[in-house]
Unconditional design. Sequence first.
Lengths: 456, 153
Amino acid sequence: MNAHSIAGLIALNLYLLVVGIAVLFGVRGWVSWGELLRLSGFAYMLGVAATGVALVTELVAGLDLSLLSVLATGLVLAVASGLAGHAVGHSLPRGRSVRVRLSGTAALFGALLIVYSEALFRSGRLAGLYEFDGWAFWVPKGEAIYFFGGLDRQFFAELPGQSYPPLVPAFEATAFSFMGSADVVTLHLQFWFFFIGFLTAVIGLLSPHVPPILLWPPILLLAVAPHVVGHALQEQGDFILDEFFALAALLAGLWLIDHRPWELAGVVLFSAAAMSSKREGYLLLACIGVAALVASSRQVRLMWPRLLLAGTIAVALTLPWRVFLHVRHLSSGGAEAGGLGLFAHADRAWPSLRLATSATFDYDIWLIVAPLMLLAILAAAMAGATRLAAYASFVVVLAISAFTWVTWAFPSLPITKEAALNPIVRLTGSLAFASTVLIPPLLTSAWRGRGSGGIA
Amino acid sequence: MIGAARERVRVRGPSRAIVVIAVVSTCALVGVHYVKAVSQLGDTASGNSALSFDDREIAGGNSIVVDQRAPYEARASIPPDSTYRVVVGKRLLDRTPLTEEFVTTWLTYFLMPRRPAPDAHWVICYGCDSSTLGDHYDPVWQDGEGISIGRLP
């Protein structure tokens, strides 16, 4: 909890940014330095996702996670991405000038976001570790990796949450290495970097396509939502899962409109990272996959093979962890009720749906993010942007169905929003985040109408 | 041309009206909740900085451990490469509703890299009956609440 630890975290996140810039060069490239600056948040999140998936694979393979191995991993990722980018013809811009155009609206909301970010930073700088899941298994797993190098046989078997993939503990251990000690207080700030990186990624991705007045307010609405203000810096996997999920949802939505390959590459990377963060990631990413397949059903031959290939690669990247669970005879985290058990607990279906819906629309948790999403979908559909509207509709419906299934399929969970008893509020975060990133393009499509080319 | 413009307004009017409603209501809510959020975050920061080092480090454990000295004494007494076991009993003079159920889990987190082991020589006795540990239990620290830390040969 001192300047030394904070300096360590800054170094770690600069390192993630550098790796991410290399990954960005590999999958997309940039035409000007100003564009790279605009996409720096996106590059950072790419770096987090790529490094996280790589670290999980290394841990499963039995490699020790140390400062040196983390740096080597980043180097390998950067070199491989650089070579891939070079192979597909990406090159660095020739000029050195960095031009950034900022409208008055963007400047105003940007200033608000900076003040908010500073307040969030201060709130986390000296925060204690209070959350049960945090001290019961998320942080101890990170400590175990930090102290013992790898996936320690004792702790990863005895601590709760056996089936949870170790992306978050791997980052916690990496943060400890960069800070020089297992400083669980300053560790909160690592989650600040993730959250702010996510917000800047969304702003950078959407700002060329969406007018500032349609982009910034929904993002600030999420930032000031009570659940975000109270829990964004928790040392757990929920928010990073939401951030990866939302970025995958956004890129999938953009790809449905303009079919750019780098967007699908981003979907693969963020999907794999989401599934490596929490087991719910599989369920949530299935929602995106099905929604994208349905929304593109008029171009089955063109789009479905690519979507299915992307999904297959993303799942394949998470298979080592599933194999690891099997080899070590650890719980795979299946539903309590089992496959047909849902019918035995049919009486829980309606209360589970009601709980999922009420948590999603709860003003005291997410303000009006969900109603705003419905309005945006309606407006986009009315304006003729049917593909994006259909995709967003299916994401909402499928996600709420998934939340319903979680409470229904785990009969030990009481029907309540009480965080200590049922994870429903944390689960709905994924949809709140995904809604927030889809609302600006939906509103833009609604404003411009189909004839003007939607958001592209 | 006027006809085309009218047609655009007819087609886009309702969707644009929804966009305007969405933006205005979002901006209004952001205006209200932004101030609340920044204020709440400031209060949280002030509350955190007012905590003592021990309160901040033990944090969630404050509702479990009863006596803050116990986990610190355990860290000081038990070498980092040793094993320990927590024995919980009914002899605590003071307890919280969470103590008996969660003290072992919380100490696993707090005492890392020390490993819990059922046959460990180091014992953290949380209200246990020390006579059940054998005649050779040698407490190196104890408080008046029924907590002790000791070693078995």
